[in-house]
Design a protein around this ligand. Structure first.
Ligand code: AKG
Length: 271
């Protein structure tokens, strides 16, 4: 897809994709890294779910994937950094789901349209596996009110939920082949349902933000890792890239994680 078509599609429908990022061999290699990390660190139940582009060299490498970078650049321009990465794993025949939400809700920077979410799927995601569902066109209506509804089965850490309207009825499931990604607008309403299949659904999210965006809450400074271009503004601290020495990287990751979550859990949002 040409860069101008990516931007046009994102503006028109609020998401774009699935687009190819990884061939079969690279997809298998990253999937193995992820499953090894899951076995060792229990990613989905621990802090290791977030910001691991500061911790694992293979996650840092993924945030620099050329296909993903070109698509992000088509939307944000040449100068952008990675603010967060997140794992999204749903085991077979489990109830884990993602409530209806807009990603922008607790992002500690503005303006929100200077950021974009990439959702890269290693396993492939079908409707039966609980693929993402988007509410078409919902990105045009700005920020909605969210209630924090934490339940055992909601994969969102604050449980932020759009509890009004009927998003499910207005949503479309978007199936993704292995090694492909989706990209969506910060105000796109989306969520996903339980994995009813016998296969594990394995994906990771990456949030990219233009160097022009500024932090808004001041509980702690925000930090990012530079991905492309130059930071001419200096609005965010820069985290180091992982070195491959786990203990050294873990210290840098812990600082980055704590800073971000200090803001994430305290932010209030006006809708
Ligand atoms: O993995 C999912 O089902 C939802 C992911 C999501 O909400 C996101 O990437 O913003």
């Amino acid at each position: 897809m040409k860069p101008e078509d990516i931007k046009t599609a994102l503006d028109a429908q609020g998401y774009v994709g699935p687009l190819p990022a990884l061939d079969e061999s690279d997809n298998g290699r990253y999937l193995q890294c992820l499953m090894d990390a899951e076995a060792e660190h229990n990613l989905m139940q621990s802090d290791y779910r977030c910001k691991t582009n500061v911790l694992f060299p293979w996650m840092d490498e993924l945030t620099r994937n050329a296909q993903i970078g070109d698509a992000v650049e088509a939307v944000l321009g040449p100068d952008f950094h990675c603010w967060d990465t997140l794992f999204w794993i749903k085991y077979p025949e489990t109830e884990k789901r993602v409530s209806w939400h807009q990603d922008a809700t607790y992002w500690n920077f503005a303006p929100k349209h200077l950021a974009v979410t990439v959702w890269l799927c290693f396993s492939g995601a079908t409707e039966e596996m609980g693929c993402i569902r988007y509410v078409n066109g919902s990105h045009r209506n700005g920020q909605h009110r969210h209630d924090d509804i934490r339940t055992r089965d909601n994969l969102l850490m604050r449980g932020q939920t759009i509890a009004h309207g009927n998003p499910l009825r207005n949503s479309v499931p978007v199936e993704v082949p292995p090694g492909h990604f989706l990209m969506h607008h910060p105000h796109m309403i989306h969520g996903s349902q339980a994995n009813r299949s016998k296969r594990t659904r394995i994906a990771c999210g990456m949030i990219f933000v233009s160097t022009q965006a500024k932090p808004i809450a001041i509980h702690a400074p925000e930090s990012t890792v530079m991905i492309r271009g130059t930071d001419r503004y200096g609005h965010m601290l820069h985290d180091p890239r992982p070195t491959g020495d786990f203990e050294t990287d873990r210290r840098a990751w812990r600082l980055a994680y704590d800073r971000q979550h200090e803001n994430y859990y305290k932010m209030q949002v006006e809708a």
